[in-house]
Design a protein around this ligand. Structure first.
Ligand code: 13P
Length: 253
């Protein structure tokens, strides 16, 4: 199955007008892969003004609300994200699960709202270190998916990408080994196949996230079930982000 690779840069709560400029200028043509940039809400429009002419580059938000509009002070709807150029939204990130207490019910509601508004969703899952140490990561991830995206109909799955982000690897410098990533991605694909069939499972892209960088991306992306990366820290340096995009191009050939 030839799945087009994705390299998505999640800037998290980083950036400023002066810092964004060189980063955006540094993003080169995607050329056979999809490059997604996810800046904070306030910079979405101006980042997209600068990048919308670059082939293969798309815009993502890092969160959305589950309602289209209304009295929800401080929130941003999927429709608004579409309006300013987003084609994607990241949902289910472990930082939002932890710091904003986002649970499976809320994440499913947000996912449905985003899909209904015509956004594609990068849905994140991942286990904490104590689950990995207890060797319970497969059950943990299957449960996260069963409570959320696996309840969605088959028709939604061409708008969904899964990101596996082991929490112990995020921002720690401790990357999952290529073997650990492959094992989990194969497990995720099998869990999807068991629930929805192999047609869905074979086409869905599963991204790896957690201390990915130019030096480890080629080996990670060469794994048969790793279809690209969701990149944090390394997406904040143009040279590193481009290095990871190169790795995706090379391993796509
Ligand atoms: P790092 O690449 O900084 O580990 O972050 C990964 C991540 O959380 C991307 O969403």
């Amino acid at each position: 199955m030839n799945r087009k690779k994705i390299v998505a840069g999640n800037w998290k709560m980083n950036g400023s007008r002066s810092e964004n400029a060189p980063l955006i200028e540094g993003i080169q043509s995607a050329d056979g892969v999809t490059v997604i940039v996810a800046p904070p809400f306030v910079y979405l429009s101006e980042v997209w003004d600068a990048l919308s002419g670059t082939p293969g580059v798309e815009l993502a938000a890092q969160n959305c609300h589950a309602e289209a509009s209304g009295a929800y002070t401080g929130e941003v709807s999927p429709q608004m994200l579409k309006d300013v150029g987003c084609t994607w939204v990241i949902l289910g990130h472990s930082e939002r699960r932890e710091y904003q207490q986002e649970n499976s019910d809320l994440l499913l509601a947000k996912t449905k709202a985003a899909l209904a508004a015509g956004l594609k969703v990068i849905f994140c899952c991942g286990e904490p270190l104590e689950i990995r140490d207890a060797d319970q990561q497969n059950d943990h991830i299957a449960q996260q998916l069963r409570e959320t995206v696996l309840t969605l109909p088959e028709a939604d799955w061409n708008q969904l990408v899964i990101a596996y982000e082991p929490i112990w690897a995020i921002g720690t410098g401790r990357t999952a080994t290529a073997e650990q990533a492959q094992d989990m991605h194969a497990h995720i694909r099998k869990t999807i196949a068991d629930a929805l069939g192999t047609t869905v499972a074979d086409q869905v892209r599963i991204l790896y996230g957690g201390s990915a960088k130019p030096s480890n991306a080629p080996e990670l992306f060469a794994q048969p079930d790793v279809d690209g990366g969701l990149i944090g820290g390394a997406a904040l340096k143009a040279a590193d982000f481009n290095g990871i995009i190169e790795a995706a191009k090379t391993t796509s050939k």
